[in-house]
Ligand binder design. Structure first.
Ligand code: ADP
Ligand code: MG
Length: 227
């Protein structure tokens, strides 16, 4: 059974009198452990697709089944609960909380898991170690390099053992060497821990590293086999 299944999904934004069809009947399935890259020109619907998959938004039409549950018509509250429990997000601009240190940023998604303070702390430390930040636990984001900030982003995305991790241009703000390190880190979680991963990227070299490559053009999706 796929972990993620979209069935003829449409997303239409109403702009005054005009309708913008950001997604045109998209269907796709992602299995547990898949690594999928998404490429496409600006405005083609990539972020709209990720926002739907990440339960930040709902389809205008069509069905989204996440891990066996139809989430296309949930209330805002139910949708945000699903999002906090089942989804990991990685952003181009990291979206860390500057007032919180590394450990506390990683702990944010754990807040919803009902762990004790000690369990939450231990889990965050373990994640920080897994992304190579064991010497930066008490640092705040402004004291970290871009690559280190994105390592925090990766650890935070993994904290709630998500069904799928969605990364929107995760290396877009990094130099090529640092971007490569972050990409390797993400790929290692897919390879070694079976983390299901979808990466939006402009970089064909990044896209080619995925076993599945998806292209979006004008809200439609085509797929080819990658490496
Ligand atoms: N909140 C919104 N309101 C209206 N139109 C939007 C909104 N978000 C995206 N769009 C439009 O939907 C289309 C797809 O946008 P987006 O998913 O952001 O593309 P991409 O991430 O591939 O650049 C674009 O035409 C964009 O202008
Ligand atoms: Mg986008």
């Amino acid at each position: 059974m796929p972990i993620v299944e979209l069935n003829n999904v449409w997303k239409t934004y109403r702009m005054g009198a005009a309708d913008v069809h950001a997604l045109h009947g998209v269907s796709m399935a992602v299995d547990k452990g898949d690594l999928v890259s998404v490429m496409g020109p600006s405005g083609s619907g990539k972020s709209t697709l990720l926002n739907l998959l990440g339960c930040l938004d709902r389809p205008t039409q069509g069905a989204y089944v996440l891990d066996g549950r139809d989430v296309s018509e949930l209330s805002d509250n139910d949708l945000s609960e699903v999002r906090s429990r089942r989804i990991g997000f990685i952003f181009q601009s990291y979206n860390l909380i500057p007032q919180l240190n590394v450990i506390e940023n990683i702990e944010v998604p754990l807040f919803y898991q009902g762990l004790s303070e000690h369990e939450s702390y231990e889990k965050a430390v373990e994640l920080a170690k897994r992304v190579g930040l064991e010497n930066r636990l008490k640092h705040h984001p402004p004291q970290l390099s871009g690559g280190q900030r994105q390592r925090v982003g990766v650890a935070r995305a993994l904290a709630n053992n998500p069904a799928i991790v969605l990364a929107d241009e995760p290396t877009g703000n990094l130099d090529s060497h640092t971007g490569e390190e972050i990409l390797e880190l993400l790929l290692s979680f897919n390879r070694d821990h079976g983390t299901t991963l979808m990466i939006v990227t402009h970089d064909p070299e990044v896209a080619k590293r995925a076993e599945r490559m998806v292209h979006m053009i004008d809200g439609e999706l085509t797929e080819e086999n990658g490496s």
